[in-house]
Ligand binder design. Structure first.
Ligand code: FPP
Ligand code: FPP
Ligand code: MG
Ligand code: MG
Length: 362
């Protein structure tokens, strides 16, 4: 069977296309309020992060261009967002995709998603009182909480304007729902009852809302912009991929919170526990060691709780492995969804990216 390294490199494949990304996003977020521009631009220039999301959107755009829209074969193109020049027998094909109006809108969606992501991180660091992000000081540390709140709001406002400019009501609706989910996930985390704190199901549900939703809605939107119908098998496969990819991503993130050092992560380590949150590794340890359960339920707020929980986690022979298997399970489901789409280099690059997500070390 094929080796992962034989598949196309996802980041290389979109490198050139993401190049103008930073330049145009700088323009997109400029305002006549210097402090807001500074705070916002900061995150798109020097500290641009892994760019997972725009990479996924870009690759997904290519992947869906290689799929024939259902019911569109030989039919007149009806979707208003596409110009005739894009079409070949009514279909945006891989051949005429790059440089087309459809492609431009999908690239714009990638930028919108990254803006939403960065806005949520700026706010998240205020909520979590985390002082570092992407290897440097968080916006609220560089400036103040007030500036961080406004910078996040501003980015969100800009993202909304750009979203409206796509002139696709279904996509606006879907992405607005993604925003709603992000906030719902944070609230769920904040308000979790002692029982919920112990439940794997609540943990996964919260992870869906706060992480997977953005990428899964972005993937469906990419398919829609590509001319695929809302309920089409293509759009559904895209969304399913995003759902499982997002969960795998978050579970891996939660594992790294225990296993990686802060200087590698570019943000604080052991952050979840310090916030009183239990993620997959601790939840599995608590299934094994009864004495952890009351600690989880009281959010590790008594002296020595965190130490006790960490010792149990390191003592457990299975907890960390089970967490890794959970990430692998979702990665496999993401792969299964991709395999329902026709083979293309972009699809294969997404397969490889799925592997990268569960083996990444930062
Ligand atoms: C990171 O999680 C945070 C999120 C995935 C979402 C944060 C969402 C909000 C603050 C709601 C407001 C949303 C918008 C769009 C302004 P984490 O704290 O587990 O990860 P970390 O280790 O990277 O900090
Ligand atoms: C840090 O993202 C944020 C999180 C770990 C929580 C939110 C995650 C998502 C919304 C991502 C879903 C992503 C995929 C790929 C399915 P990060 O580690 O990507 O931060 P960076 O942008 O600074 O690299
Ligand atoms: Mg948080
Ligand atoms: Mg955080």
């Amino acid at each position: 069977s094929k080796k992962i390294e034989d598949l196309p490199d996802p980041f290389k494949m979109v490198e050139k296309e993401l190049q103008p990304f930073s330049d145009s996003i700088k323009e997109l977020v400029s305002t006549d309020q210097p402090i807001l521009s500074m705070a916002a631009k900061h995150f798109f220039e020097k500290r641009h992060g892994k760019r997972f999301r725009p990479t996924i959107v870009q690759l997904m755009a290519k992947t869906v261009a290689a799929c024939t829209p259902e019911g569109k074969q030989g039919k007149e193109w009806e979707w208003s967002g596409a110009s005739e020049i894009d079409m070949e027998g009514g279909v945006v094909t891989s051949k005429n995709h790059q440089g087309s109006e459809v492609w431009r809108k999908q690239a714009q969606l990638g930028q919108i998603v990254e803006m939403i992501h960065v806005a949520s991180l700026i706010h998240d660091d205020v909520l979590d009182e985390a002082d570092t992000r992407r290897g440097g000081e968080a916006v609220h540390k560089l400036y103040s909480n007030k500036v961080a709140v406004l910078a996040g709001d501003y980015l969100l406002a800009r993202a909304s304007v750009l979203l409206a400019r796509l002139e696709n009501t279904a996509v606006v609706q879907i992405m607005a729902t993604a925003l709603e989910s992000l906030v719902a996930g944070e609230i769920m985390q904040l308000k979790a009852s002692p029982e919920e704190l112990l439940q794997m199901e609540s943990y996964l549900k919260k992870s869906y809302y706060k992480t997977a939703s953005l990428i899964c809605y972005a993937c469906r939107s990419t398919a829609l912009l590509g001319g695929h119908a809302y309920g089409s098998t293509v759009a559904t496969a895209c969304e399913e991929f995003g759902f499982h990819m997002g969960l795998a991503f978050q579970i891996q993130d939660d594992i790294l919170d225990f296993t990686a050092a802060a200087n590698i992560l570019g943000k604080p380590a052991l952050a979840d526990m310090n916030l009183g949150l239990s993620t997959a590794p601790i939840l599995y340890a608590a299934q094994e060691f009864d004495h952890l359960r009351p600690l989880v339920k009281r959010r590790f707020k008594e002296k020595g709780d965190k130490q006790t929980a960490l010792e149990a986690l390191y003592k457990s022979k299975t907890a960390m492995n089970k967490a890794k298997q959970l990430a692998q399970f979702h990665a496999q489901r993401a792969v299964d969804a991709l395999l329902r789409l026709p083979q293309s280099d972009a699809r294969d690059a997404l397969l490889r990216l799925t592997y990268v997500v569960i083996t990444r070390e930062k």
